[in-house]
Ligand binder design. Structure first.
Ligand code: SIN
Length: 283
């Protein structure tokens, strides 16, 4: 059975509990410490495509199980800037404590959209949480695109935008021993409206973390349009909000989702590990 053949109503192995009509679902009756049979994998894949971000609870996976789950969806991505634990270049550490000067993802973004082939998806396994707070917000770029007028959709459809990362990563990991003098950080151009390679649906593909300029417009026009689109994406109607517990997992589709990690718990500790799956060139 292909994932396309698994209609939402046909889940046999997993239980899918949507969080909102447009984005997010919790997946139950799955144990990710065990190898997944083909049908369970196809159903998880179908739920991922349908709901754009899926969540699992009480999954005590180790690093190898985490990477193995990611590899079921594609090759793993290595972050262009962040340091990784010894022997695990595919792991991104998400950590905040009383010494933190920033936290990863504390603005609306799609992961590493500055890459020529930005990641398909990211799988975050949470290990330690503050006593309250530290939620993550997710926004559906399908819903944001579909809420625009026909005229605006037509205007955006031929445009491309620059996604840079110099302003994000330069010097960011100095305190973690990363010396980046002379390093060139990725910068690429992508369509403002992206067609999802698996679902065929269209979504907005500009984000306030990485997108710096819309091509073919005057600087002030580009700034005004980006500000409008960033404010549009931030409307709560397009969102779901995930309240983590230890051993929760979130798996989001960077091709059609933006996310925002709230940092409302300083100076408490929040710690998790992320595996990121390689993607393709946006079209
Ligand atoms: C990220 O991967 O951008 C961070 C997400 C989070 O910490 O919730």
């Amino acid at each position: 059975m292909t994932q396309a053949a698994v209609a939402a109503a046909d889940y046999q192995r997993i239980e899918v509990r949507p969080l909102t009509p447009s984005i997010g679902a919790e997946i139950h009756s799955v144990d990710l410490t065990q190898p997944l049979d083909e049908q369970t994998f196809q159903e998880i894949h179908a739920a991922f495509l349908a709901h754009q971000v899926i969540f699992f609870r009480d999954q005590q996976i180790d690093i190898e199980q985490h990477k193995a789950f990611g590899r079921m969806f594609g090759e793993l991505h290595i972050h262009p800037a962040a340091p990784s634990p010894e022997g695990h270049p595919e792991i991104l550490v998400i950590h905040a404590d009383e010494k933190s000067k920033f936290v990863a993802g504390n603005t609306w973004h799609s992961d590493v959209s500055c890459d020529a082939e930005p990641p398909l998806g990211s799988i975050l396994h949470m290990h330690t949480l503050p006593s309250s707070g530290g939620d993550t917000m997710f926004a559906s770029m399908y819903a944001a695109y579909e809420a625009l007028s026909e005229t605006m959709r037509k205007f955006l459809s031929g445009l491309t935008a620059v996604h840079g990362s110099e302003h994000v990563y330069r010097g960011r990991y100095k305190d973690f021993g990363v010396e980046d003098a002379g390093k060139v950080y990725p910068k690429n151009e992508h369509p403002v409206v992206r067609t999802h390679p698996e679902s065929g649906r269209k979504g907005l593909y500009v984000n306030s973390g990485f997108t710096t300029r819309i091509n073919g417009l005057e600087k002030s026009e580009s700034r005004a349009l980006l500000d409008f689109l960033f404010a549009h994406v931030a409307q709560p109607e397009f969102h779901c909000r995930f309240k983590w517990a230890e051993n929760s997992i979130a798996f989001w589709d960077n091709r059609c989702v933006q996310h925002y990690a709230l940092w409302d718990y300083y100076p408490q500790v929040r710690h998790g590990l992320r595996v990121t799956v390689k993607g393709s060139k946006p079209v």
